[in-house]
Design a protein around this ligand. Structure first.
Ligand code: PMP
Length: 404
């Protein structure tokens, strides 16, 4: 049944100590397992080099500050930012989008303005804008999808008006794996004077990303989906936008001078990083980027594309299986089995040591559009192989036998 030959198979499983032999981990879109260099960077950060950053007068704190800021340089380089000052460390994509909504959005959007989202967005790219709508009266429009599950950019073009100030879209869908033509989305947004925010959570672990080439205005992602630690993520924005944004959270590290009468603030990135940061998280993220780039995103993309193809080919041969999303989805396959709840699929697969996700994937409007409450989702990472696909397919054949 497995006819697809991997053009560039990766052999990285041994780098991941938390993946035991025989366990098919197919939930990387939720969070990626961690390679040894990331675990070692975190361990070294706490067990050997630990100190605070930016404030200490002693050598270890100065060294840690250098290491921490090197992490910022590395992220900037990784996504093609013009300067490390454009990189804001946040907890994750969720916090990044809330930051943009509550600073840039609150300052620039008013009743009568419009925001364009799409049907396939993750809740974290919906709810922050609804909270902003409740405060400002801005309206939210929702772009439809094409029949195969891509954001319909022809429809986006037809919907956009000069009242639109922001277009906020997933670069890669966490449910369907569909890849946005982000350059075209940027051109369409800019034609009407709107900014483009890209939710890059599922894109950075599987595609080369260059924010300058994409011509977007904001780019966000979470470290933990990129083989890095949880609790660390990135907001990138154009420098002139960051310079115009008011502070978000107030506290230490973001101020220039504080008196009870008046406080002045530092420029970005410090202005948006109140409090002691996730120091070791940044070290782990740096190691994760080094790891991913040592393999190469083109190789990762080719690897995952081959696994997606093998999965789709095998599952489409099973009558009761419905596949969602486009054929060329990046690293993610969502599916349903007629008459079987996705949670039952997940439970039976777990008995066979296959870990998938079953649920609404924080995309309830997309579930409504697909006409389901939930889907089963297999998502791939660098450590997966055709053996995992075979285990998945065997498990699904068992599900179909059990449910007759
Ligand atoms: N957007 C997308 C497309 C995602 O897949 C996720 C995580 N499932 C998020 C946003 C939110 O990321 P986090 O929970 O790490 O903030």
């Amino acid at each position: 049944m497995m006819t697809t030959v991997l053009t560039r198979p990766l052999d990285t499983l041994a780098d991941f100590p938390a993946i035991p032999f025989g366990w098919a981990y197919l939930d990387t879109a939720a969070t990626a397992q961690k390679p040894r260099p990331v675990i070692e960077a975190i361990t070294r950060g706490y067990a050997q080099d630990y100190a605070t950053v930016h404030r200490g007068v002693y050598a270890r704190s100065a060294d840690m500050t250098v290491a921490y800021e090197r992490g910022r340089d590395r992220v900037a380089q990784f996504i093609g930012a013009g300067s490390p000052d454009e990189i804001i460390f946040v907890r994750g994509a969720t916090e990044a989008i809330n930051l943009v909504a509550q600073t840039w959005g609150q300052m620039n959007l008013k009743a009568g303005d419009r925001i364009l989202l799409s049907t396939l967005e993750h809740h974290s790219n919906i709810v922050p804008w609804q909270l902003l709508r409740d405060r400002t009266g801005v309206q939210i429009d929702v772009a439809p999808l094409t029949a195969d599950g891509r954001i319909d950019l022809d429809a986006v073009e037809a919907m956009l008006t000069p009242a639109h100030k922001l277009v906020a879209l997933a670069h890669v869908s966490n449910v369907l794996g569909s890849v946005l033509d982000a350059k075209r989305a940027a051109a369409l947004a800019h034609k009407v004077g709107a900014k483009l925010l890209l939710d890059g959570c599922q894109a950075v672990p599987r595609l080369p990303v260059d924010v300058a080439a994409l011509d977007c205005d904001f780019y966000v992602f979470s470290g933990h989906k990129l083989y890095g630690p949880t609790g660390i993520g990135i907001l990138w924005a154009r420098p002139e936008i960051l310079a115009s944004m008011p502070p978000w959270q107030g506290g230490g590290a973001m101020i220039d001078k504080v008196t009870f009468e008046k406080t002045t603030y530092l420029p970005a990135p410090a202005r948006f990083e109140a409090g002691t940061p996730h120091i070791v998280g940044v070290l782990g993220l740096h190691a994760a980027i080094d790891y991913v780039e040592s393999i190469g995103l083109e190789a990762i993309h080719a690897h995952e594309t081959a696994l997606v193809k093998a999965t789709r080919d095998a599952l489409s041969a099973i009558n009761s299986v419905t596949l969602f999303g486009p054929e060329d989805s990046a690293g993610i396959v969502s599916f349903a089995i007629e008459g079987v709840h996705p949670h039952d699929i997940g439970t039976i697969l777990d008995e066979a040591q296959v870990a998938i996700r079953a649920g609404h994937h924080c995309a309830q409007p997309l579930m409504a559009h697909l006409g389901v409450d939930a889907t089963a989702r297999a998502s791939f990472g660098v450590y997966n192989s055709e053996a995992d696909v075979a285990a998945l397919v065997k498990g699904i054949e068992r599900v179909t036998r059990i449910f007759g």
